[in-house]
Design a protein around this ligand. Structure first.
Ligand code: SF4
Length: 159
């Protein structure tokens, strides 16, 4: 069981989703599924967020937006890729304008596949994220360098 020292707030961003996964994210927040019972609030301000919930894939238009939002979220933070588009690019991964999943730009901690991802899967992913977040909060300050985005870690970067 995960014990939290602080209620986690999420930032939800639609990268290039068809909105199918976003409807399911919102369904997770409504009374039927009600992740707010865990103290989770959907905030519009990245500076208030702990968990970055992101749908859709990466392209040249949103690459910098995704990176910018990620960098505004204070540490420690956790990224949850919701839907197969966010996980890998999904059915659009071969498109000329799709670079791939979210982990092409920022580190992803939890992958929630599905098209669309079901609210039950999204809630499972967020619960896993809560455990990862608490682990990061409790980690010693030294010896836990922030994970670098995939391209940065490989010496690349968006051009
Ligand atoms: S995974 Fe499916 S439902 Fe979700 S954004 Fe992609 S195409 Fe839409």
């Amino acid at each position: 069981m995960t014990y939290l020292s602080k209620s986690p707030w999420i930032l939800h961003y639609d990268a290039t989703s068809c909105n199918g996964c976003d409807i399911e994210v919102l369904a997770s927040l409504t009374p039927m599924y009600d992740v707010e019972r865990f103290g989770i609030i959907n905030t519009g301000n990245p500076k208030h967020a702990d968990i970055f919930v992101i749908t859709g894939s990466v392209n040249e238009q949103n690459r910098e937006v995704v990176r910018n939002l990620y960098e505004q979220i204070p540490n420690p933070k956790v990224v949850v890729a919701v839907g197969i588009c966010a996980c890998s690019g999904g059915v659009f991964r071969e498109c000329y304008n799709v670079a791939g999943g979210i982990d092409k730009v920022i580190p992803v901690d939890v992958y929630v596949p599905g098209c669309a991802a079901r609210p039950e899967s999204i809630i499972d992913g967020i619960v896993i994220a809560l455990g990862i977040l608490e682990g990061k909060r409790n980690a010693p300050k030294s010896g836990t360098p922030e994970q670098q985005p995939m391209e940065s870690a490989q010496g690349g970067g968006a051009q």
